[in-house]
Write a protein that binds this ligand. Structure first.
Ligand code: NAG
Ligand code: NAG
Ligand code: NAG
Ligand code: NAG
Ligand code: NAG
Ligand code: NAG
Length: 345
């Protein structure tokens, strides 16, 4: 009972206070706010949420600020010329942003009716291969079938249905500055989970062999347009640790999901996205109409459960550990107390 109450209180407190404050003002602000007076931790447990907190909570959930469907499903819509095209069809999608988006702005892609949560789909991957194991690289797990080996019996790396279906549209954004389109710098680093990038996924290594050599003898997933070692020119963002790949490999729980694509926070857009006309240039590679899906691009100022949000994970871990510790204490107390009871009787 006490455990449950504690967990509930902790959860309540976490949701009410820390998460929104962190997401909107940043964790440093939280520390500045709370460390000098630990009091505020306790207050928040006993007093009802203030209006500011409530608004913050609402904002953190209702983070959708602007989204644009660029599937081109209907004739006459932008990108309709690409729906039946083969590889690397280019199309432009122009839209207006009506209000200023303060930085950091998160750019997501949203897919509808894509069942990443299907069991057979979810298990179609080889964790050993993705962790850099050299044997699994050349001999992927059976779960990957039918995306285990290609038609020439060459092993596929990364194998499996999840990797094969990776979102591979290439999006670039331009801002109309007095009639000329200037490119908006998009940052693709730091969009994946810290644990995925640093621990779970590793590139194969063998002496000082290059990544290209290591992947020799393997085949790229059949739907991909690029080799896995050529996903990016940045050596810390290619192969199995390419962040777009990591974001994709973290399976979404719902059939309509949003995944972090880029962050906008640098160059002339350090302050954020100005209101005005924008053009999205799409290299249309990812076909969704075959399963009646839709693709959207979403701009949001709040990172909500998408991509880089290590804080929530850490919070789960901390509270999980606390609960375990309390459980052990309770067990000890219970055992001792039980002994006393027996003696009393
Ligand atoms: C694409 O192919 C489908 C089915 O073949 C057809 O119904 C549709 O009109 C085509 N769309 C375009 C833009 O060519
Ligand atoms: C964006 O706004 C400008 C000025 O109001 C207008 O001329 C233009 O047609 C709009 N573009 C789109 C794609 O709606
Ligand atoms: C665009 O026009 C605005 C208003 O006329 C002006 O303040 C700004 O300096 C111009 N920007 C460039 C790059 O010319
Ligand atoms: C690394 O490469 C150099 C030159 O290609 C080679 O001489 C050296 O033996 C290699 N070291 C290892 C550990 O493979
Ligand atoms: C690697 O990727 C670049 C850019 O996408 C492309 O131009 C190049 O041809 C690719 N190299 C190989 C060997 O596929
Ligand atoms: C910012 O915009 C100005 C005017 O359009 C341009 O001259 C400058 O190169 C831009 N700076 C960056 C870092 O893109």
């Amino acid at each position: 009972m006490i455990l449950f109450a504690l967990a509930a209180a902790a959860w309540h407190w976490l949701l009410q206070d820390i998460v929104p404050v962190y997401q909107i003002k940043g964790i440093s602000k939280l520390f500045k706010l709370c460390l000098p007076k630990v009091q505020c931790f306790c207050d928040s447990l006993t007093s009802p949420p203030s209006e500011r907190q409530f608004n913050a909570l609402l904002m953190s959930v209702a983070s959708l600020l602007a989204n644009y469907d660029y599937t081109g499903a209907q004739p006459g819509e932008p990108c309709n010329n690409c729906v039946n095209a083969s590889d690397r069809c280019l199309c432009d999608f122009t839209f207006n942003i009506t209000e200023f988006f303060p930085a950091p702005v998160f750019m997501y892609y949203e897919l509808s009716d894509f069942y990443q949560n299907h069991y057979r789909y979810m298990i179609s991957r080889d964790e050993n291969q993705l962790s850099g194991d050299l044997d699994s690289l050349k001999n992927p797990a059976n779960e990957c079938a039918p995306y285990r080996v290609d038609s020439g019996q060459k092993p596929i790396a990364p194998c499996g249905a999840v990797a094969n279906s990776m979102f591979n549209d290439v999006l670039t954004l331009f801002y109309n500055e007095n009639g000329t389109f200037v490119e908006v710098p998009l940052n693709g680093k730091g969009i994946s989970w810290w644990t995925d990038y640093n621990i779970k996924f590793r590139n194969p290594e063998n002496g000082n062999q290059s990544l290209t050599d290591l992947f020799k003898g393997t085949s790229k997933p059949q739907n991909w347009l690029t080799e896995v070692w050529n996903l990016s020119s940045d050596p810390f963002n290619t192969g199995f640790i390419n962040e777009d790949f990591l974001v994709w490999m973290r399976s979404a729980a719902l059939p309509t999901f949003r995944k972090l694509y880029r962050r906008i926070e640098s160059g002339n857009f350090t302050d954020g996205l100005r209101a005005g006309e924008y053009q999205l240039r799409i290299q249309y590679n990812f076909h969704v109409l075959s399963f009646n899906g839709r693709k959207k691009i979403v701009f949001s100022t709040v990172s909500w459960m998408g991509g880089k949000n290590p804080f929530l994970g850490i919070a789960y871990l901390v509270f999980g550990s606390l609960c375990t510790v309390f459980a052990i204490i309770m067990l000890i107390v219970f055992l001792k107390y039980q002994g006393k009871m027996d003696e009393d009787i």
